[in-house]
Design a protein around this ligand. Structure first.
Ligand SMILES: Cc1cc2nc3c(=O)[nH]c(=O)nc-3n(C[C@H](O)[C@H](O)[C@H](O)COP(=O)(O)OP(=O)(O)OC[C@H]3O[C@@H](n4cnc5c(N)ncnc54)[C@H](O)[C@@H]3O)c2cc1C
Length: 389
């Protein structure tokens, strides 16, 4: 079968690209190797899909080339996606920090994209496995388990490696290798961090406890909840910082971001209370107890030296934790790294050296922070390619 455009991967970016290409009258088809469209959309945002962020800026993205995302993000903005959502009557709300969620199910977003594809004559081969890609001077030839498909343009929208049980595969990176393109080494992002055995023995039983904290690593900082799990740390603040963390480095946690620990401790200089008892007025009690025990702060405050009190205050504002790793791709929301943006046109996502070949979405070395930015990149990069194919 012959098409103008074949899009491999019917996730967020692939469906957006398909419907834009279809709107322009291109004969386009999506190829998906699972039996379902947009599985990650379905599970996203706790089932309500945090589909964009109204404050989206290039600074919300991580890439070897931080400027690469500018052009696509400027040409397809959160307003554009909100207009599409509203055209389909999908009720939504801002949860916090500009994050927009569906009032009902994230399936509404999948249905919307499916309807847009169908209205523009874009079909989907599903499930369908691509076994080989060949390039002739004019066309791409795909050998699949459903037969041969040919097209002038080929868009790779197969996403990253996160959550393999939903269909994630290294397919996109393999295609990049086949065409000799550079890849920024992929690694899990927006992922829980694991405690080493010593920290696990100290805090492993705090699973479910959360603390409002300011977390810093490599000059980036996030103020949100930190959540203890039975393996280490999670919660929005940790997921955010995990994308900036490199193995072997500590993360810096300010446990009292709005207050002066020194002022609190010295205001109680003559108290016979334990530091943990005092801190339990602000921090979860069990955490305060276990944290003070780990810091060796187990004497009543009136028996501690000024130096020891100051050291405790400093540690409250800069608790350094050295994670021993992450929870890996099984729990990561995204994959950092991917096809090197130097290989692509920032306006169209076309491979500079291979006319007609495009990479969009998470398979590209552009990764958003937590909060709807990853979908906005999927929509914007899908739109950019959809307008060019
Ligand atoms: C649990 C979770 C929650 C998330 N929540 C949010 C959120 O609320 N907001 C947000 O902005 N981001 C969220 N994300 C991130 C977001 O889902 C992704 O960044 C986004 O889906 C990337 O879009 P994509 O189209 O590039 O890839 P995907 O949506 O992953 O789509 C890739 C598609 O390609 C298919 N595919 C893979 N290999 C092949 C192959 N060989 N042949 C054919 N098809 C193939 C896959 O099955 C999949 O359908 C979340 C991620 C996870 C894991």
């Amino acid at each position: 079968m012959d098409f103008d455009v074949i899009v491999i991967g019917a996730g967020a970016a692939g469906m957006m690209c398909g419907c834009i290409a279809g709107q322009r009258g291109r004969r386009a088809v999506l190829i998906e190797h699972t039996p379902n469209l947009g599985e990650k959309i379905r599970i996203s945002g706790g089932g309500r899909c945090n589909f964009t962020n109204i404050h989206c800026k290039p600074e919300n993205f991580i890439s070897k080339n931080p400027d690469f995302c500018r052009s696509a993000l400027a040409r397809y903005t959160p307003r554009d996606f909100i207009a599409l959502v509203e055209k389909h009557g999908i009720a939504h709300h801002e949860k916090k920090l500009g994050q927009l969620f569906c009032d009902e199910s994230s399936r509404r977003i999948i249905d919307m994209l499916r309807a847009e594809c169908e209205a523009n004559g874009v079909g989907c081969q599903m499930p369908c496995e691509v076994r080989a890609i060949e390039k002739t001077p004019e066309r791409f030839l795909l050998k699949t388990d459903k037969g041969e498909l040919r097209s002038a343009s080929l868009v790779i929208a197969t996403g990253g490696l996160s959550v393999p049980k939903l269909g994630a595969s290294p397919f996109g990176y393999k295609v990049a290798e086949q065409f000799g393109l550079a890849i920024v080494t992929p690694r899990p992002g927006l992922v829980p961090l694991a405690f080493d055995t010593q920290e696990l023995a100290r805090y492993g039983d705090l699973s479910g406890v959360s603390v409002d904290a300011l977390i810093t690593c490599h000059g980036e900082c996030f103020r949100e909840n930190l959540l203890f799990t039975h393996r280490g740390l999670s919660g929005p603040a940790i997921l955010q910082i995990s994308s900036y963390w490199t193995p072997g480095e500590p993360i810096h946690i300010d446990l009292l971001p709005d207050r002066s620990a020194e002022a609190i401790l010295f205001a109680n200089r003559r108290s016979r209370a334990l530091p943990a008892t005092l801190l339990a007025e602000t921090l979860p009690r069990r955490f305060a107890q276990q944290w003070c025990a780990a810091m060796g702060a187990t004497q009543p405050i009136d028996q501690m030296s000024d130096k020891a009190l100051r050291a405790l205050a400093d540690a409250l504002h800069d608790w350094q934790v050295k994670p021993c790793g992450t929870s890996g791709y099984a729990k990561a929301e995204v994959t950092l790294g991917g096809v090197d943006t130097d290989e692509l046109s920032s306006k169209t996502m076309e491979v500079k050296r291979v006319p007609g070949l495009y990479f969009i979405g998470e398979v590209v070395d552009v990764t958003g922070q937590l909060g709807g930015f990853n979908f906005q990149w999927a929509w914007a990069s899908g739109f950019a390619a959809g307008q060019s194919v």
